[in-house]
Structures are given as C-alpha cells and as structure tokens.
Design a protein around this ligand. Structure first.
Ligand SMILES: [Zn+2]
Length: 359
C-alpha cells in the first residue's frame, strides 16, 4: 500500500497572527516528527507537490462575488469575522490548499498511490459558498469533491470527524444525493449546528448524517459511533470514493475543544475508514487536514497515527504525548458514553426513514 502526502512549504507561511490557534507550527511540528520517524524514507510513502486550484474549480463551490472579494482583500489585508481575518497573500495560499486536496484525489485516480493525505493550510470546512468563516477561506473538501464528481464519480462519502461541525461542507451538499455527508462533532461547540434533525433537503434528504458528541467522548465513544452509525450507512450507500475531513481537534490535549480521543484512537478510526474504502471503492480514500490546535501535544502524534493507518504500518508503535497523559484522565468522562447512546438513538430514529440499516 502506497500513501501520498501532499505538502508545500508555502502552507507554513499562512498566519493570521502569532497567537492565533490556527498557526504555522501546526504543520511545522508535524513535519519535524514525520522526518524524525523516517516516514519519508519509507517506500510506502510518496510526497506529492500541490498546485493551485483553478478559478473554474473554485467557482464550482464559491460565488464569484466572494472569490473576487477574497482576492481583493488579500492584496491589502482585511477581515471576515471575529476569528477569521484576511492576511495579505492568503488568497494564493488558499488556492494552493484547495489545489492540494485536488492533487491528492488526482494522485489516487492516477494510481500514483492508493490513498493520500492532504496536509494543507488554511483549513476549509466552515467556508460557505458566499463567505469564509471559522479560520476557513475556501472549502478545500467541497472543491475536491466537486472535482471528483466532474471526473464521473456518482457516489462519494465525506466523513468529517473534526471536533467542530462542518457547516460549510454540509450546506454545499445539502440537497445532493451523490454526496453522503457524515459529521461527528462536539456539541455544544462552534458553530452551533449539526443536530441529527439536519438531514438534507430535496434530493439530498437523508444524505446528511449528523452525530453530535458530548464533551468528554473518548476512543470507546468514537468506535461505538463507527459501529452503530457510520459503517452501516456507508455499507448501504456503497461509495465509490471516501473523503475524510480530518480535523485533529478531538485529541484530549486540544486547547479549544473538550473531547478525549487519543492518537491511537485516531489511527484506529483511520484504519476503519481504510477498510471501508477497500471494501467499497478499491481503497480510494483521501484525507484532508482541517482543524487541530494542540501543536505540540497532539498534531505530530495524530498525524503520524493517521498516516501509519493509511500506509498499513504497525499501529502498536503509535504513542501518546507522555507529558500530557494526566490530561486524558480528567478530560475523558464516562458519563459522556451514556449521553452518546441517546444521541445515537436519535440519529437512528431520524434516519430510519432513509436507511434500511436503521429500520
Ligand atoms: Zn475544528
């Protein structure tokens, strides 16, 4: 199994401010860790050079008015919302991030690799057609999925496991039955959407599956969600391509969320996703980096876990950041599992109308 990794030094140059959580060290530390572990020397890893997404591909998702606004503001600096400003030069970097996601998908289609991880910045899943939001400018995932649809794919499953609800991606595919959007996210948390009742509209009714997670949800909770919701729906949908919005802010050290997933848990989730891709789509799977703000305690470890699972390495070597282990004890809550079981029942009740597996 060969796994592609999309990366470019330009991704380290994007910065809203030195103290902003979405900062360059997120990827810089990960790259250091991957080099230290000798990942790039493995014959199962291939480094992929990204290109800038074309305006044509971006306009499949975003309005021309917003794209022009972003391009103009990016020349002098501007602001979108309280936590998303427009640094000078972000337009080109956002195009390179979106192009990085497309590059990953292209590499899988060209059989340069079996699956690929786009380690890109800035992230994208909160960006809506008409405006960016929540550290996001262009919706990298949606731009890649629209590109895949243009290549002739008819059933694509997006699994968005970022700790925040992927409201932008949901909105873009809300009435589309070709794209199954499944999101797990902490609730309550920004952006405040992602209830089970939000399940799509028109032709897309039933093709949006939202699974809210109580604060304190750990590895067991995530595995329960995969067993009871994600895998049954994916098996019934039979995707031709699996795309993962790989947010890494579920880790127990993340400073802006309250979930309790471990690096080992991330690796296990990816192993399950890879198995689903092998079962349904000849292994075709792309992961696109979204959030994740524990730059030292999580990202180097979780990214390594994800890559190891994608490339089929031995996962027993995946470690947790030792200095932070006490945090796991107070962050993980057994009561979260009780609440999560109720949430899972809610999701099944809403979706029993659409999916045989829940009848
Ligand atoms: Zn997030």
């Amino acid at each position: 199994m060969v796994t592609g990794i999309v990366f470019h030094e330009e991704y380290l140059k994007h910065e809203q401010s030195p103290t902003h959580p979405e900062r360059r060290e997120r990827l810089a530390y990960t790259m250091d860790q991957l080099r230290e572990e000798g990942i790039f020397e493995s014959e199962r890893i291939v480094l992929l050079e990204p290109f800038k997404a074309s305006l044509e591909d971006v306009l499949e998702v975003h309005t021309e008015e917003y794209v022009r606004f972003l391009e103009m503001e990016s020349k002098k600096g501007g602001i979108i919302d309280f936590d998303t400003n427009i640094p000078v030069g972000v337009f080109d970097r956002a195009l390179l991030a979106a192009g990085g996601a497309i590059r990953a998908a292209q590499a899988v289609l060209n059989k340069e690799c079996e699956n690929a991880f786009a380690m890109i910045r800035p992230p994208g899943h909160h960006a809506k057609p008409y405006i960016g939001a929540g550290f996001c400018y262009l919706n990298n995932m949606a731009i890649m999925v629209k590109w895949l649809l243009k290549q002739g794919f008819e059933r694509i499953a997006i699994l968005d496991w970022d700790a925040h609800h992927g409201d932008g991606t949901q909105e873009i595919f809300y009435n589309d039955d070709r794209v199954l959007f499944i999101s797990t996210h902490q609730m309550p948390l920004y952006p405040g959407t992602g209830y089970p009742e939000e399940c799509g509209t028109g032709k897309g009714e039933g093709y949006t599956v939202n699974i809210p997670l109580p604060p304190g949800t750990g590895d067991e909770g995530y595995m329960m969600v995969i067993d009871e919701i994600i895998e049954p729906v994916v098996n019934e949908f039979k995707p031709q391509f699996i795309a993962i919005s790989a947010g890494q802010d579920n880790h127990f050290t993340d400073p802006i969320t309250s979930l309790a997933l471990t690096a080992r848990g991330y690796a296990e989730m990816m192993r399950r996703a890879v198995a689903m891709a092998e079962k349904h789509c000849d292994g075709r799977l792309v992961a696109v980096l979204e959030g994740g703000y524990s730059v030292e305690g999580a990202l180097p470890y979780t990214n390594l876990g994800i890559i190891a699972a994608m490339a089929g390495f031995d996962l027993s070597a995946i470690r947790e950041p030792e200095n932070y282990l006490p945090e796991l004890l107070w962050r993980k809550r057994d009561s979260a599992l009780v609440k999560l079981k109720h949430n899972i029942e809610d999701v099944k009740r809403v979706h029993s109308k659409y999916w045989k597996c829940f009848k």
